[in-house]
Every structure is written in structure tokens, then in C-alpha cells.
Design a protein around this ligand. Structure first.
Ligand code: ADP
Ligand code: MG
Length: 329
């Protein structure tokens, strides 16, 4: 298994990754989630051996990899733009590393067909990359990365170049494919939806430091701090009396801060909070409200499509305790 201990990487004395410790057991998918510039690619490159660590160790099964060059680590890398060879057919792209290893032709052909089936591109072998959609190209890149059965797959924002709908579908496919192949993978991304859709575990990186790590649901339900909560997709973090009011309405014990999802508050005549609707906007599944709640201020809420309250109307709001998270400290 992969294990990082106090890994630091600096560029010209400027730290990009600071004392990161992580373990990734075999067969698991870990997403490192962080904003742009937080050190995600640097961390991945250090694991791959493309960047020297300035402190700490990267080890595999307890063996320090410091002196093991990239091509001997048994890891595969995949980037945002799959970087396919444009002049080679899909099949030749996927089989590239196998041919380099002088695997017999018939065996390469069989393995390539198997991999193309795995990524849902059976029959695409003769196509050139230029004739494929962005999503298909990323599937080919994935098949190529898996060809040599890497003991670890490193994915750097593999879906970020795709448009939203496709990204969502491919994220689900990626999870299924990694599961089916039993691949151990380390994925870095700035997109929490992508991380949630693909990974088993989540590590949150900020300014080169690991701020939280755990099973996805556990991180989601208990973000370590305000910045992490907002980065995970919570709409707002309430503090002081506003937090106290909403916590009480949710039937939760008092806490200094509370992260709320956009859909945590919903219009309900039996709700514990009361306020005045300031804005209402139709979306396909529900009406999004902005409600001025006494003691809280303006806050997002939702209403069903049936007969939603209009601006100026008084409304009562219910708090869904499953859509809020208490933030420590
Ligand atoms: P992310 O992938 O999370 O966007 P990076 O790992 O690319 O972040 O970058 C982390 C920090 O290191 C940034 O401040 C970036 O400017 C810096 N950095 C990245 N690569 C280099 C490099 N080759 N030389 C100097 N600084 C770099
Ligand atoms: Mg990056």
C-alpha cells in the first residue's frame, strides 16, 4: 500500500506541499480535494517520482521510493487531457505500453479488446483520437493507463475538461471501471462532486496542508472548519445567535458554528423558524427562496413546486438536520 509520511515539496524554497501524511490501502480510491494552487498536482507528481520531496517519505509496502525512478514505480498517470498519440489508432494507443514491453501481438490484441470493453468502447479500436468526443478520449486514456495493470493509478483532474453533464456520467463510469479492475487510485481534483462520485475516501488539501481526511460521508457530515465546509459545497456557515436559532429549530444541541446546505431549510407550515420571503426563483425540481428570518438574516431555502410562497409573504421554515453540519471550534 501507498503511504506518505510528512511529505513536503518546495519550488525554489517556496513550499507547495507541507508535511502531508496519508495512507492508501490496496483496492481503494482516495480523492485529494483542494482549490487551485493548493498543491494537488505537486503531491501527485511527488508520488509518481516526477518531483523530489524536500522532506518526508513516499513509501510502497513500507519501502521508501526516494531512489526508485518514475518508470520503476509501477504507477500509471492520467491527466485532464488524456494526451493520446494523435497519429495512432485507439487500439494502438491502448496497447502502446504493452508493445513497449514486447508482449506478443495476439496477447496485446486480446488485452486491448478487453480494456476497450471495460471502458465501454468495444469496436472503437480502429478510430483515430481526432474522431472521438472528449469523453471518449478520456475513456481511451483510462484504458491505456490500465493496460499494464499499474499497482497504483494517479489521476490529475481526469474529468475537469469535460462539460458538466458528461462529467457526471463519466465520474460514475470511472468509479465502476476502477472497481471492476480492482485498481488502487489516487485522484486529485478541485471538484467536490467529482470526488464524491468517484472516491471511497477524501483528503482535503489547502495551502499545501492536509486539513481533513476520512471516509467521504464522514468528512461531508463533519467538515473540519468553515473553509472546508464551503469548499465541500455547503452554501453558508452560520455563527453565534444565527447558528443557535437554526440548531434549535433542527433539534440539535448548541454549537459555535453550523454549515447549511442550500436545501437545509424548506417551506413548511409546521416549521420552527419564521420569516419573510424576499425572492423566489423557479428551478426544474423546486423553487429556490431567499427568506429573511428574524435573528438569522437572509438565508436560502426551498419550496415545492405546488404553490410556492411569493416575495413579501410570511413563511415558516423547517430545518432538515441531515443537511446541516456542526463545525467544531
Ligand atoms: P494545484 O494542482 O492544486 O492547482 P499545484 O501543485 O500545481 O497546485 O501548485 C501548487 C503551488 O506550487 C502553486 O503555488 C504553484 O504556483 C506552485 N508550482 C507548481 N509547479 C511549479 C513549478 N514547476 N515551479 C514553481 N512553482 C510551481
Ligand atoms: Mg493541478
Amino acid at each position: 500500500m501507498l503511504s506518505l509520511r510528512d511529505v513536503s515539496v518546495s519550488y525554489d524554497g517556496e513550499p507547495a506541499v507541507r508535511e502531508v501524511s496519508l495512507d492508501l490501502p490496496d483496492g481503494q480510491v482516495l480523492a485529494v480535494l483542494g482549490p487551485s494552487g493548493s498543491g494537488k498536482s505537486t503531491l501527485l507528481r511527488a508520488v509518481a517520482g516526477l518531483e523530489d520531496v524536500t522532506g518526508g517519505t513516499v513509501a510502497w509496502d513500507g519501502r521508501d521510493l526516494a531512489r526508485v525512478p518514475t518508470h520503476k514505480r509501477g504507477f500509471a498517470l492520467m491527466f485532464q487531457d488524456g494526451q493520446l498519440f494523435a497519429h495512432l489508432s485507439v487500439a494502438r494507443n491502448v496497447g502502446y505500453a504493452l508493445r513497449l514491453r514486447r508482449v506478443p501481438r495476439a496477447q496485446v490484441a486480446g488485452r486491448v479488446a478487453e480494456l476497450l470493453d471495460l471502458v465501454g468502447l468495444g469496436g472503437y479500436g480502429d478510430r483515430l483520437p481526432g474522431t472521438l468526443s472528449g469523453g471518449e478520449r478520456q475513456r481511451v486514456a483510462l484504458a491505456r493507463s490500465l493496460a499494464v495493470e499499474p499497482r497504483l493509478l494517479l489521476l490529475d483532474e481526469p474529468l475537469s475538461a469535460l462539460d458538466a453533464g458528461l462529467r457526471e456520467r463519466l465520474a460514475a463510469d470511472l468509479r465502476r471501471i476502477l472497481r471492476a479492475a480492482g485498481t488502487t487510485a489516487l485522484l486529485v481534483t478541485h471538484d467536490h462532486e467529482e470526488a464524491f462520485a468517484v472516491a471511497d475516501r477524501l483528503a482535503v488539501l489547502r495551502d499545501g496542508r492536509l486539513v481533513q481526511e476520512g471516509e467521504i460521508g464522514q468528512v461531508w457530515r463533519a467538515p473540519a472548519d468553515t473553509a472546508t465546509a464551503l469548499f465541500l459545497g455547503y452554501a453558508r456557515v452560520l455563527t453565534g445567535p444565527a447558528a443557535a436559532l437554526v440548531l434549535d429549530a433542527a433539534g440539535l444541541p448548541a454549537a459555535p458554528a453550523l454549515a447549511v446546505r442550500r436545501s437545509a431549510l424548506s417551506a413548511d407550515p409546521a416549521g420552527a423558524l419564521s420569516g419573510t420571503v424576499r425572492a423566489a426563483r423557479d428551478t426544474p425540481g423546486q423553487v429556490r427562496l431567499v427568506v429573511d428570518v428574524a435573528g438569522v438574516g437572509e438565508i436560502d431555502a426551498v419550496a415545492g413546486l405546488g404553490r410556492p410562497p411569493a416575495p413579501g409573504e410570511a413563511v415558516r421554515l423547517r430545518v432538515d438536520p441531515g443537511r446541516v453540519a456542526v463545525i467544531p471550534g
